[in-house]
Design a protein around this ligand. Structure first.
Ligand SMILES: Cc1cc2nc3c(=O)[nH]c(=O)nc-3n(C[C@H](O)[C@H](O)[C@H](O)COP(=O)(O)OP(=O)(O)OC[C@H]3O[C@@H](n4cnc5c(N)ncnc54)[C@H](O)[C@@H]3O)c2cc1C
Ligand SMILES: Cc1cc2nc3c(=O)[nH]c(=O)nc-3n(C[C@H](O)[C@H](O)[C@H](O)COP(=O)(O)O)c2cc1C
Ligand code: SF4
Length: 469
């Protein structure tokens, strides 16, 4: 720090990011953090930013399952010991929360990394009292940090313009058209609002009573509540762009006659595997379980360990509300910072169910999950005692449970409920009728490719088509 100060002179602002809680074994003690902060102050820094956890830490520190503002207390602890301005960080994605942290005096500034990828206008919108128009970072990491680790340009799932500003340019439509967008999931929402911004007359249809598509399911998963913010953002954007929304009615090819172009953003149909006994009353579709229409029993087998299988297992094993204290206890963070690294023995949560998470593939369960969050999702389910089995052959479902073959041995899982999360197929029932009637149509999102957990592609594809038509 002294040599850097000497090199840059007095007028140059130096912000030092200091690891204030290492979250690794043998990490700094609380006293060592303070001693280091004081030494950095004495050596000539202007501002100290908070570093939270090493990349090697086995505790998620920025994923969507981390409650908002969960590390503001770490910065507050150091505040009394130094005179320099301190910056609080991690999962501060909302102006009211940022304001509260500053008002409490726990920090002098707040840092936002991903929230500015999600919305470069964040500060201007907050200053103008237009918070409802902020495109909120949902902490998914899917297009930012996951891209970094894959050597790709960092962008944002909810804002594909991020780092593509010079490549994706909205241009007013030369000839305004009458365009129908069928499906108000993330793909349809991004497409409809982009088209309307460019001057097209857009009507957005959804058979449900609310916009959002599968994001209405995602937001019900504990730790994924942030997905609801994207729907609040799109509601505001629909209002400002003037998209006409028709909800609660299934669109038909006949009703779409008269439009110049139809965008099919109709999403997916969950797959139903041909397991003998699939019609048994104990079999449930994931949609029904997530929406609460089916209450799962105490012992549950989840068929399919993709992203949705993981989410369903998370929902089924989740006990009570997710407060910052619950998160700290479950992951082993000591709020009193007594030991090295700020660690404490994790407290195994009381889980309401016994869950098996199963897949046919022989690879490790959860192998296909995202780089920066998959490990945490696996670890969370392991903490809750979820049994993960790979290389499973499903034999039948009956009153006794789910019969399966694992290697050479057959066994019965005495499941009360069997939840099917066995993939998805594109939903395209309108396509043939529209093409027969000579109406130009384009498929986007899940209706185009039904890979699960891919809202990134859905929103990017919707936005790009919205810029093209
Ligand atoms: C529990 C869960 C968790 C998820 N978590 C993640 C995640 O963490 N990250 C991620 O990237 N993705 C996640 N996903 C997947 C993500 O939600 C989808 O990739 C995304 O919603 C696909 O968007 P879409 O607009 O193509 O389709 P959908 O969201 O499926 O929307 C399609 C819409 O079209 C409507 N529709 C269909 N036919 C008609 C018709 N004829 N008339 C009127 N309306 C019609 C449907 O009602 C629906 O609302 C999750 C999904 C689930 C279920
Ligand atoms: C794409 C990306 C790259 C990052 N690179 C760095 C880095 O080089 N050094 C660093 O200290 N933090 C880095 N971070 C962490 C952020 O500075 C920030 O602490 C973290 O994302 C949590 O804050 P947020 O919830 O506001 O995003 C990076 C984060 C992202 C998303
Ligand atoms: S990709 Fe996800 S985590 Fe990254 S900035 Fe966008 S919303 Fe936030």
């Amino acid at each position: 720090m002294r040599r850097t100060r000497a090199a840059v002179g007095k007028e140059f602002i130096i912000v030092f990011r200091l690891s204030m809680i290492d979250l690794v074994e043998d990490g700094s003690t609380a006293d060592e953090v303070v001693a280091l902060a004081q030494a950095i102050e004495a050596a000539g820094a202007d501002i100290i930013n908070s570093g939270i956890g090493w990349h090697e830490a086995r505790i998620p520190t920025i994923a969507t399952m981390v409650p908002r503002g969960a590390f503001a207390w770490v910065t507050r602890r150091v505040k009394a010991a130094v005179r320099l301005p301190l910056i609080a960080t991690n999962r501060i994605n909302d102006p009211a929360l940022a304001e509260a942290i500053l008002a409490e005096g726990g920090a002098d500034l707040v840092s936002m990394a991903r929230p500015f990828l999600a919305d470069a206008e964040f500060v201007n919108k907050a200053a103008a009292g237009r918070e409802t128009e902020i495109n909120t970072c949902i902490a998914c990491n899917q297009a930012c940090l996951d891209h970094i680790f894959a050597g790709k340009v960092s962008s944002c799932l909810v804002n594909p313009y991020a780092c593509n500003e010079t490549r994706m340019l909205p241009v007013v439509a030369a000839v305004p058209k009458k365009i129908a967008v069928v499906g108000a999931g993330p793909a349809g929402l991004s497409c409809a609002t982009t088209l309307a911004e460019r001057g097209h007359a857009v009507t957005l249809f959804d058979e449900h009573d609310s916009i959002g598509g599968q994001f209405n399911l995602a937001r019900r998963i504990p730790g994924k509540e942030e997905f609801g913010e994207t729907l609040r953002y799109f509601s505001a954007r629909i209002a400002t762009t003037g998209v006409e929304v028709r909800l609660g009615r299934r669109a038909t090819a006949a009703a779409l006659a008269g439009f110049d172009h139809v965008v099919l953003a109709t999403g997916i149909v969950p797959r139903r595997p041909a397991i003998p006994g699939i019609d048994h009353p104990k079999v449930a579709a994931y949609v029904d379980v997530i929406e609460g229409r089916v209450k799962a029993g105490r012992r549950v087998a989840v068929v399919g360990a993709g992203g949705i299988g993981f989410d369903v297992a998370e929902l089924l094993t989740h006990g009570s509300a997710s407060t910052i204290a619950d998160y700290q206890a479950e992951w082993g963070i000591d709020p009193a910072f007594r030991g090295r690294g700020g660690l404490a023995p994790p407290v195994a949560p009381a889980t309401p169910r016994e869950v098996w998470l199963l897949q046919r593939k022989t690879s490790k369960v959860g192998d296909g999950l995202a780089k920066t969050t998959g490990w945490a999702r696996r670890a969370l389910l392991q903490k809750r005692g979820v049994q993960m089995l790979a290389g499973v052959e499903y034999l039948k479902i009956d009153d006794a449970g789910l019969h399966l073959r694992l290697g050479d041995a057959e066994q019965v899982l005495a499941a009360d409920t069997v939840v099917i999360c066995a993939g998805q197929d594109p939903r395209r029932e309108l396509q043939a009728g529209l093409e027969a009637a000579g109406i130009a149509c384009t498929l986007i999102g899940g209706a185009d490719v039904a890979a699960e957990l891919d809202a990134k592609r859905a929103i990017e594809q919707g936005t790009k088509l919205g810029l093209e038509l």
